[in-house]
Structures are given as C-alpha cells and as structure tokens.
Unconditional design. Structure first.
Lengths: 300, 413
C-alpha cells in the first residue's frame, strides 16, 4: 500500500489519470443515482430494480451493435423504450404499492428486478457482453495519460442529459408538478395536480435515465443479466451519502465516488475498491448520527 | 356409496402397490439394452452458456458411440443415454439433483456438472453413495485434495492454467540475456475459488523461478473495471501481466488494455475464447497468450472421432452456430469416452469394479492422453498456450506441440 502511495507522490501525472478516470465513470453513476433520488424523493419508493433498468438499456445498445448500428444511436431509442417500460411498470406494479408499507414497495421492486434479470438471461444468454463504440484513445501529458474518447463522449452525453433533466424540472409544467408533489402530495392534489400522472411520469423518467446510463455503461464497461445489483448498490450509496432532496449534490457525490473508487483501487488494491467506498458511507452515516444527537434535529 | 368408496380405495392402493413392485432399481442403471448415465448440468442461470457447450459435448459422444457399435459388456452391445437435470447454475440445487438422480432415479454412473463450484457441491454426494463420476468441467485443484475415490476428471487442473506463461517469460528473459529473477510479474485475479487456484499455480511458478511480483490485485466479483490496476501497470512497467477472471475478466482486460494502450511485453489471460475477445476487440487482442485445455490443431487422435480436427468438423456439422468449438465441449465428449472404455475393461456394471477400472484408465483420445492420478485428476495431458496472431489462435507452447513461434515482445495495437 505504501509503495502505491509512493508511486502517486513520485509520479503526479498518475493522479491526473485516476482523477480523469474517476470523473468520467462517476458521471454515469450520477445518472442512475439521480433517477433513484427522483423516485425516492417524489414517490418514496426505493427502487431495487434500478440497476436492472440500467442493464436493460445496455442490452438495447448491445442489440443495436448486433444489427451493425452504432451503439450511440441507441441512446435516444433506449431512453424512449425504457420510458414506455417505466410507465407500464408504474401502471401495473408500482401504483399498487405507493403509500404502503416500506417492505411491500421493496419487495415489489425486488420482484421486478428478478423478473427483468431472468428475462434478459433467457433472451440474451448469460455471457458478459459489451457494445463496442470503436472510438479512439487520446494521449495527454506525453503519453502518460490516456483518455478513451468513448468515456469522454459518455461524459458529454451524461452531462447533456443531466442538464436537460434539471432544466426540465425547473421550467416545464410537468417538472413543476413533480416538484410540487415531492414537497407535499396532498397539497398538490388539492391544487389540481394529477399526482397519479406525476408518479407515472417520474418513474418512467427514471427508467429512461437508467436506460441511457445503461447504453453508456455497455460502451465503457460490460453488461450481464445479473450485474444490475452492482449499479443498484452504487446508486443507493450515492443517494444515501447525499441525503434526500439535494439533487445537484447527487451529481457531485457521484463524481466524488468515481474518483474515490479509482484512488482506493490504486492505493489499496482492487479488492478494496468498492469496499472502501461503502466504508466511507458508513463513516458518514455515523458522523451524521453523532451530529443529529448533538443538535437534536434532522441534519440535511 | 360406501362400497364404491371401498372399491375405489382398494383399487388405488392396488395400483400403487403394483407400480412399486414393477419400478425396481434395475430399471434405472441399465434399461433393456441402454446404459443410463446421469448429469446435473447448468441449462439456465449464469453458467448456462458453458453448461450447454458441455451438454452438447456429452450428446455428441453418446451419438457417436451408439452409432459405432455401442458399449460392449459381457458380449452384448448396449447403447448409452444421459439423463439431464437443470441445476440452474446453483451449487445447492446441483447437490439436490445429484441426490435425486442417485436415490430416486437409481443412477449409478454420473457425468459432472459445469464449473468447479458445482462440482464441489456434487462430489460429496457421489462420494457418499459411492457412485463413480467422470467430470470434465471442474478444474479447481481443491477438488483433488479431499481424498475422493469416486471422482475422476479428464481436464487439466486449474493451477496449470497460466503456469506455462511464467515458464515462457523465463525463457524470453534468458533469450534477452537477462537473469530470470529480474522478471517483474503483475497479477490481476478475480476473487473467486477458480481464479485464486490459477493464481496459486502462478505464485508457485513465480517463486520457483525467483521472479518479483510487482502487482497482486484481487478484483471483486462485481467489479467490471480494472483501470486502477492498469494505471498501476503503466506506472511499474512489468515484464508480464497475468489476468484471470472468467469471461468478465477477459472481456474487461481486453477492452481496457486496448483503451489505455497498455504496453507490456507479455500478456496472458484465461477465458479469451469464452469471452470472444477477438470478435469483440479485433486487432487489439493480438499478442495475448491464452491457455486452453484443447485445440483442434493439436495432433491427438482416437478411434471414435479420429483427429482433433475431425472432431471439430463433426461438432460444427452437428450443432448450429459454432465458429470455434470450445474446449468445454471437447472435454465433455472425452468424459463419455472414458466411461465407455471403463465399462468395456471392467466388463461389468458393478460400481466398485467400474471405479477400479476408471482409476486404471490409460487411453488416447482426440482430446489428449488420459491417465488419472491417485487423487483422480488427469496427469497425462498438458495445458497448451495459444497466442492470438492476426486474429487466429496459434499454439506457441509447450514447444512439443507448438505450431507457431511466439510473438515477443507484444506490440501495442
């Protein structure tokens, strides 16, 4: 471990590589986490199928490559298809568990996750798949730092997506309705907002965001029907870390998570890469608990 | 009404008793002129792709044996048939199904499941009931340190997988005029039993050559990203990079080595074929060294399938969609050949005689020589190293079986 730290100090350019890699991958985590925060904040539904929506998006991109179409073009298609899928999920499953017991909603989304996993396995098989975007790699700093164009384009797309969602939430009518429902569902209903439609839209939007993230993931990492849990866990870590109701914070946390993972993977070894991030989460939660006890109020 | 009920009850009981009397155990191991073998195999779940490769291998051998005179025991010719159950890639289910095959279906001759994990779950069951099992898909060497007497494996065990790459690195160092102990080794293994077994084999070889280990990363099972490890590789400049993490590890390594333009003179990884790295990443995979249990270019042959190349052609004709025949299928076929040979040498259906016959196996097959050690693993067949050269897998080591020269050092694509 100390050897690795030494490496970082002796060759500062390595820090840049790790930072870049972290930010690039963190931007994609941010998408799925944003969707989860949205659904959690508006509907109080903890979506355990989040990662599986991501994988579904990934498989749409994979299917595109099988038809010899560039996977980037799968991005809008995946978003639209997943939007429809999310709407259908809400209509048939989620609507029945809103406002009910925490356990019921967890169970419902968990069941959904299992069904999605097995369906994907039946349709695509259990082999690990990727969608190759075929972009080149850039060299910076005299060849010491490499940035794959795929990751860079993914960052731009993720940024554009996040920006458009934020603008949508601020400016559009539906966005206002969503925010109103999140603040106080009953009051929103009294003022004429169709909360059922809002919930459906939110869930569908979440699925669309996850689908888009999945397309990017399939180009950068890889997908397999049972890898959904990996992305679900990361989304949960990010949302819990940030706390609810702080959407810009989610994005910043996600980027930080990506960077933290890279650095801990480098210094501590790959086996502790994800574990160290979860440890950080536990420490933050403990710290918040201490603060809360001291102030005797909820800490944002 | 009451008498009707009485008649009904008696007749149902009578039918049940008749059924029980007729369905004796003799029906299960040999039914008429068919010998029945049993196997729990992964037809669904995360191992289903390779489970189906293995099943196809079993089926092809069964078809071939039945078409060329069957199995001759006591002067009579028998066909063979395999009963399959789907273990859903879950060890607990595999063990359950093995019990079911042995106790309910009275199977006396077993073929192995896919993966070391499932074989580890099934082996104690077959051992308990003293049912011989010939397996072809569980390479973990820990299977052969338990003192099992009824387990036989036709494939080379896991610690041999990447060991020959270390030997090759030593050879290259000598050629360049450097001392073998100056070779720097970087290792990235997935944190699961099979990959750790492969790592143990590599460690043994590294230690015996006196080489230095500069990176030793164990990747978690749910991590699809080794960029931090590869950044380290770029920093410490090892002479050989060794990676093993099933198909996911191979796919991730191939992609990220290509993206980050990692420059290491020798890169060896397992599961290249299973992960279809050549199809997915094209020319960037040139120079990768991939161990394989079997290759269709090797000069093995036998009286059932002919040469390895002829097996390859027959397999592709029989099953659709195979561009390359995976070694998982070849070794599955070999397992069935071993059973046939054992039946004929033992000339009996008794499991104890068969176990002894299996232990004394010494045969040539299209898959390689088969001879079992005391522990049950095959000690007569070496692991072969192939290098990806211009998109083709060419055998480069061991030199006795090499058809091409190794490309060293690897050029960054």
């Amino acid at each position: 471990m100390l050897d690795n730290l030494n490496l970082l100090i002796q060759a500062p350019v390595l820090n840049i590589q790790l930072l870049l890699d972290g930010v690039l991958i963190g931007s994609i985590f941010a998408l799925a986490a944003y969707g989860l925060a949205l659904v959690w904040g508006v509907m109080n539904v903890k979506n355990l199928a989040q990662g599986d929506f991501v994988i579904m998006g990934g498989y749409i991109a994979y299917w595109f490559t099988k038809q010899d179409i560039h996977p980037i073009l799968a991005l809008p298609v995946a978003a639209v298809l997943m939007f429809g899928f999310g709407w259908a999920c809400y209509r048939f499953i989620i609507r029945r568990v809103i406002g009910k017991d925490l356990f019921i909603s967890l169970l419902a989304t968990f069941g959904l996750a299992l069904v999605v996993q097995q369906l994907l396995n039946l349709i695509f098989g259990s082999e690990v798949q990727t969608a190759d975007a075929g972009f080149k790699t850039r060299f910076l700093f005299d060849g010491q730092v490499t940035v794959s164009d795929t990751k860079f384009i993914a960052l731009l797309l993720a940024g554009a997506l996040a920006a458009s969602v934020v603008v949508f939430m601020k400016r559009s009518r539906m966005g206002q309705s969503i925010r109103a429902t999140a603040q106080d569902a009953r009051a929103a209903r009294v003022l004429g907002v169709n909360t059922d439609r809002v919930y459906a839209f939110t869930f569908a939007l979440n699925a669309a965001i996850c689908g888009a993230a999945g397309v990017l993931i399939s180009m950068i990492w890889n997908i397999q029907p049972y890898y959904g849990i990996v992305h679900s866990i990361r989304s949960f870590i990010i949302v819990v870390f940030t706390g609810l109701g702080n959407l810009p914070g989610v994005i910043v946390t996600a980027l930080g998570l990506g960077v933290a993972e890279q650095f801990s993977g480098f210094v501590l070894g790959a086996e502790l890469q994800v574990a160290s991030v979860v440890c950080m989460l536990v420490l933050v939660l403990i710290w918040r608990q201490i603060q809360q006890a001291r102030l005797r109020q909820v800490v944002e | 009404m009451r008498s009707f009920k009485k008649i009904l009850t008696t007749s149902v009981l009578g039918a049940a008793a008749l059924g029980l009397a007729v369905s004796g155990p003799a029906q299960a191991k040999v039914e008429g002129d068919t010998i029945i073998l049993g196997s729990a195999i992964s037809l669904t779940g995360k191992y289903s792709t390779n489970g189906i490769h293995a099943k196809n291998g079993y089926d092809l051998a069964v078809e071939r044996i039945n078409a060329t005179g069957g199995v001759v025991v006591g002067g009579k010719s028998y066909k063979i048939r395999v009963v399959y159950y789907d273990d859903e890639s879950t060890p607990a289910r595999g063990a359950q199904l093995a019990e079911r095959l042995i106790k309910q279906d009275s199977i006396k001759y077993m073929l192995g499941p896919y993966s070391s994990g499932l074989t580890k779950a099934v082996a104690p069951v077959t051992e308990k009931y003293k049912i011989p099992m010939v397996e072809a898909e569980g390479a973990s060497r820990s299977l052969f340190t338990q003192g099992y007497r009824y387990l036989f494996a036709v494939l080379s065990t896991s610690e041999q997988y990447l060991a020959s790459s270390i030997a090759l690195a030593a050879e290259m160092a000598k050629k360049e005029g450097r001392s073998v102990s100056s070779v720097k080794v970087a290792m990235a293994f997935e944190n699961d039993p099979f990959s750790l077994d492969v790592r143990a084999g590599v460690m043994d070889d590294v230690k015996s050559h006196g080489m230095k280990i500069v990176i030793d990363d164990k990747l978690p099972r749910d991590l699809s990203d080794m960029s931090a490890t590869l950044t380290k590789v770029r920093a410490v400049k090892p002479d050989i990079l060794v990676v093993s993490g099933h198909s996911k590890g191979a796919a991730t390594a191939a992609r990220q080595i290509k993206e980050m333009k990692i420059d290491v003179p020798m890169i060896a990884l397992t599961h290249c074929e299973a992960a279809k790295v050549v199809d997915k990443f094209g020319a960037a995979t040139n120079g990768f060294l991939c161990p394989t249990q079997w290759s269709e270019t090797l000069s093995y042959q036998d009286g059932y399938f002919g040469t390895a190349a002829e097996y390859d052609a027959l397999f592709k004709r029989t099953f659709q969609g195979y561009k390359n025949v995976p070694y998982q299928s070849a070794q599955a076929s070999a397992a069935v050949l071993v059973w046939k040979d054992a039946f004929e040498r033992a000339n009996s259906f008794d499991t104890e005689k068969l176990r002894d016959a299996l232990a004394a196996t010494e045969m040539d097959t299209f898959y390689g020589k088969i001879k079992f050690s005391e522990a049950g693993n095959n000690i007569a067949k070496p692991m072969v190293l192939r290098q990806i050269q211009n998109g083709q897998f060419n055998v480069v080591a061991p030199s006795k079986w090499a058809s091409h020269k190794v490309e060293y050092p690897r050029k960054v694509q």
